[in-house]
Design a protein around this ligand. Sequence first.
Ligand code: URA
Length: 304
Amino acid sequence: MNRRAIFLEVLGIPAEWVPRQPAGDEVGEEAGVPLAVEPAESVVAEAPAEVRAEALTEAPAIPRAAPVIDPADAALELAETVEAFDVPPPSPPPAPRAAAPVSRLPDPSGRAAAIAAMAWPDLADGVAGCTACGLCESRTQTVFGVGDTQADWMLVGEAPGENEDLQGEPFVGQAGKLLDNMLGALGLARGQNVYIANVLKCRPPGNRNPEPDEVAACEPYLRRQIALIQPKVIVVLGRFAAQSLLRATTPIGKLRGTVHQYEGIPVVVTYHPAYLLRTLTDKARAWEDLCLAREVHDRAGAEA
Ligand code: URA
């Protein structure tokens, strides 16, 4: 049995793809959009609805790389973690976020250009002392990013939450535990060939939506982190991060399943782990996204 089949079986999800109704704040109106791997140069696939519906039952199998760890164990652990944190969604569920598209702002002060030239120590210091937006007033500390600065894999989330603000590391709460298990299912581990960062380096108070000016002020930091790491693949977690990084307003259901580009680096979009904790049915889709990312990674490795 292949990894996907094992994973789905462990989660108790039928292996057959079936259309379903949109659900949840992350999904928008395109929950049923299937995988459609585009050539690496493509941006957003805008297949007509009938084509997507057809592809839903005919999505090609993605070649799998040899598993590094026992996939059954990893899938089981992931499923157990999900169950352990299977808390009911907040009531009422959060309103859909208006994405804050990042624009290349004019840079009269030369701040962005200066950040773009920084090496790691200056970049870390710059973030730690940043006062470019109002979030510096409410943060406990900045959350720079964590992991292997020569990693093949880079994961990009939205912004620190309460735990991250206290501990100074991305994804250390419940969502982080799920993320770690998702990495484990791929044979990866935090800090080992993986770097994790957020679009914002400071926590928005009360976990409110990031404001466009905050995203714009922080963008040079993430841009520089990506430029220094030069990962083989970027996995973007959740609609907000995806729309910010890709400068898009496209729903996540349409951004998924396609290989995008950021400064020449392939980008794969998947659901945010916090969303997956609330939405069991989309975990199988997240797994497909990770398999696509692995395919992209392996292809990049083969071409190198
Ligand atoms: N959610 C995010 O997007 N990033 C974190 O670091 C934690 C939660």
